[in-house]
Write a protein that binds this ligand. Structure first.
Ligand SMILES: *Cc1c(COP(=O)(O)O)cnc(C)c1O
Length: 457
């Protein structure tokens, strides 16, 4: 029994950019068909797997997600920065359909095929730096991060890894250790992988430090508490994602990268959330003038198909013995075909410029709210956040951020929260969202914020 099978169900539309680009509420959220699915979910899906919007999605494209009750919600999340080229992008759909009819899997480690190689060629072309590069492909961001650490350890012969306050790198054992926030990512799931250390990041809104001073503070921790001789890698998101869309002060990342270079430490940029046009550059590292030794990518890479990569300096990537890297599904041919179509779209459909336009609208609308509960509006390109605070104390205000996100979703606008304190609303719409929908979403948000009591909870 599927959602479509009941006789009075609305016809399920095809996704992609031809979906009507409108916010349309035909029922309360969740409507009856969505409620039916959520009841089945509660009965059979493990409780640990949560959801943000209580809907049953049936189609998506442009800037909307349509649910089983024929509601059309404005999408400001892109499935966490994944469908940056737009959901069901026509070229991605065609590439997937052609490849899936050709072959679905051989295992690249058994019988190699061209699309995997072509994705690695494309990654060498689009990632920062003009040095010789090589790549290896995986299924998820966490898996890419795990492999970047494996490669850095093998290359340096050193054990330790430094990650940063507010950092997020995934949910597997090593990446949980790298991730800063306990609840919900780590609580009760230890013990965690050893030889992972944490350094303070640059968080201008909270620490008021210059980039140089914040870098000096982090470098002191690395030198005094670990020692460069023990340190294989430093891993950092150029703009932190789950941690709150934290943009470091100018000079912070170049100083950390320079210290790594001087000390033979592999500098890894985790661009899983920031990569592929999201920040108004192909990669956020470019915005800060840093060329990482290794870069991890996933989310935006393949237009919604599961694919991830580690790309970096050829001499580091080649440090590993043959057979040391891989996985049954890594670089699946259907995902690779999708990635080639998506990368073509990033390069040839003006999406980098579009990310800046989307960001300009979000920035001016959020700043224009002039609400004292919004302590900071920050981000780059179409990766924009508003941090909610108690206006009297500046303390994080997660209650307002959460209540606002829930109110927006009830009004047909999907927004996500983030931040170590859960007090940040993040906006990362698909770059195919039309301007009028963006403005309508911001109108909904403004009205919902105005209607919220000054202090919930
Ligand atoms: C999402 C994310 C990951 C983990 O990716 P998964 O595909 O969920 O495993 C790692 N690093 C960053 C910066 C991310 O945003």
């Amino acid at each position: 029994m599927t959602l479509a099978a009941s006789p009075d169900a609305p016809a399920i539309p095809l996704g992609g950019p031809r979906l009507p680009q409108e916010r349309r509420l035909t029922t309360a959220i969740p409507g009856p068909r969505s409620q039916e699915l959520l009841a089945r979910k509660a009965a059979t899906v493990a409780a640990g797997v949560g959801h943000t919007a209580p809907i049953a999605a049936v189609a998506a494209g442009g800037g909307v997600i349509v649910d089983a009750d024929d509601n059309s919600l404005i999408d400001l999340g892109s499935g966490i920065a994944v469908t940056t080229v737009g959901n069901a992008h026509p070229a991605v759909v065609q590439a997937v359909q052609e490849q899936v009819a050709q072959f679905t899997h051989t295992c690249f480690m058994i019988s190699p095929y061209e699309s995997y190689v072509a994705v690695c060629e494309a990654l060498a072309r689009v990632t920062p730096g003009d040095h010789a590069k090589k790549s290896a492909l995986f299924n998820s961001g966490a898996e890419a991060v795990e492999n970047a650490i494996k490669i850095a350890r093998k290359h340096t012969g050193r054990p330790a890894v430094v990650a940063f306050d507010h950092g997020y790198h995934g949910r597997t054992n090593l990446t949980m250790a790298l991730t800063a926030k306990s609840m919900p990512y780590k609580a009760g799931f230890g013990p965690f992988a050893p030889e992972v250390y944490r350094a303070p990041v640059s968080y201008p809104f909270r620490d008021g430090l210059s980039g140089a001073d914040a870098a000096a503070r982090a470098i002191s921790v690395m030198e005094k508490q670990i020692g460069a001789d023990a340190l294989a890698a430093v891993i950092i998101e150029p703009i932190q994602g789950e941690g709150g869309f934290i943009v470091p002060a100018d000079g912070f990342l170049p100083a950390i990268a320079a210290w790594c270079r001087q000390n033979g430490v592999v500098f890894i940029a985790d661009e899983i959330q920031t990569g592929f046009a999201r920040t108004g550059a192909m990669f956020a590292s470019e915005l800060f003038g840093v060329v990482p030794d290794l870069i991890t990518t996933a989310k935006g890479l393949a237009g919604g198909m599961p694919l991830a990569a580690v790309t970096g300096r050829a001499e580091i990537m080649d440090a590993t013995h043959t057979g040391g890297l891989g996985g049954t599904y890594g670089g699946n041919p259907v995902a690779c075909a999708a990635a080639l179509a998506a990368i073509d779209a990033y390069e040839n459909e003006g999406l980098i410029a579009r990310a800046r336009e989307v960001g300009d609208i979000l920035f001016s609308r959020l700043q224009g709210l002039g609400d004292p509960r919004i302590g900071d509006v920050r981000g780059r390109g179409a990766m924009v956040a508003a941090e909610f605070v108690d206006p009297a104390t500046g303390d994080p205000d997660a209650a307002t951020a959460g209540a606002l996100a829930r109110a927006c979703i009830a009004q047909g606008v999907i927004v996500l929260t983030c931040g170590t304190h859960g007090n940040v609303l993040r906006f990362l719409p698909p770059l195919t969202i039309p301007d009028p929908l963006l403005h309508e979403a911001m109108d909904v948000l403004a009205a919902a914020l105005a209607a919220l009591p000054a202090q919930e909870a």
